[in-house]
Write a protein that binds this ligand. Structure first.
Ligand code: FE2
Ligand code: FE2
Length: 322
């Protein structure tokens, strides 16, 4: 039997700058897909021409949320030493499980069983989808005990997944929902997006705290590694978009949205944006109207508010859906 000293999580005093804030905000946002009346979309769905694209977009998102539940948040929580941050990451993991399950709720409402089976087979066969799942999961699985650079890399990869890679998928329901098409399914997506915004900011913030502790040389190396990873994922994302959106003619607009979110992901980890500013489809930028999805959770004044303000995150970081 081992003879280690186990420490109990003590929330009576803060050990982490913002763990309590992220915790509170995530729980305040709790939701379940069954609360949204996706069945109201059934009628529109029957006449909707781009069903294949829509289904694939959601199936792709299911895979990312599955990876994030089973590998991402688990691995990062396991290797994070601060017990309050560990707890926050574990809670985030539970929300990932809700996200992954919510697509099934949409499928079961709109699709037949054989369509659903085909779709989950497609996930296993789509090379671009498998490429990103592999790329990110490898980094998650390579965290070494006591090696904070490998933990930082996993956090960086997590922010890439949540603040960047999800958006090739989010585009379509937001684009349609904003025009009153399949609006209830889009509502589910906007709730997922609201969670991902916190996750991207929180994990990015934890990553920035780790990064500060590295030597200049290590920081430079990690920066090169980080931009290379982003570019690699970006190339793949372009091909994925061409593949999935082929029938819709929307690829160029999806790609602009992807670049916009890649910049946001970089800012979440404290890096400079790399793509030039460009116009993103205003329907998607506005999202669907959803009370509570555009609020700023740091508008609740307090000591944590001040701390967040000195952190290198931008003013619109918490403007969800924008
Ligand atoms: Fe998620
Ligand atoms: Fe997430």
């Amino acid at each position: 039997m081992s003879n280690l000293i186990y420490e109990a999580v003590n929330w009576n005093k803060p050990t982490s700058d913002l763990a309590q804030v992220f915790w509170d905000q995530q729980w305040k946002q709790i939701w379940f897909p069954e609360e949204i009346a996706v069945s109201k979309d059934v009628k529109q769905w029957q006449n909707f021409e781009q069903q294949e694209t829509y289904k694939k977009v959601f199936a792709g998102l299911t895979l990312l949320d599955t990876v994030q539940t089973n590998i991402g948040m688990n691995q990062i929580a396991t290797h994070t030493t601060d017990l309050q941050e560990k707890a926050v990451l574990t809670v985030f993991g539970s929300f990932e499980a809700i996200h992954a399950k919510s697509y099934s709720y949409i499928f079961t409402t709109l699709c037949t069983n054989s369509e659903i089976d085909e779709l989950f087979e497609w996930v296993k066969k789509n090379e671009f989808l498998q490429y990103k799942a592999n790329k990110i999961s490898d980094i998650y699985n390579r965290i070494e005990e006591g090696n904070s650079e490998s933990l930082w890399k996993a956090m960086y990869a997590s922010v890439m997944l949540e603040s960047f890679l999800f958006y090739s998928g989010f585009f379509y329901p937001l684009y349609l929902g904003g025009q009153g098409i399949l609006r209830n399914s889009a509502e589910v997506i906007s709730l997922i997006l609201r969670d991902e915004s916190i996750h991207g900011v929180a994990v990015g913030f934890f990553a920035q705290n780790l990064f500060k502790q590295f030597s200049q040389e290590t920081q430079d190396e990690l920066k090169v590694w980080g931009y290379e990873l982003l570019l690699d994922l970006y190339q793949n994302e372009m091909s994925y978009t061409d593949d999935v959106y082929a029938e819709t003619g929307l690829s160029p607009e999806v790609k602009a949205y992807i670049r916009f979110n890649a910049n946001k992901a970089l800012m979440n980890v404290g890096f400079d944006a790399m793509f030039p500013e460009e116009e993103v489809n205003p329907i998607v930028m506005n999202g669907i109207r959803n009370e509570g999805s555009t609020y700023d959770f740091f508008s609740q004044k307090g000591s944590s508010y001040a701390k967040a303000k000195v952190a290198p995150i931008t003013d619109d970081t918490f403007q969800f859906n924008r």
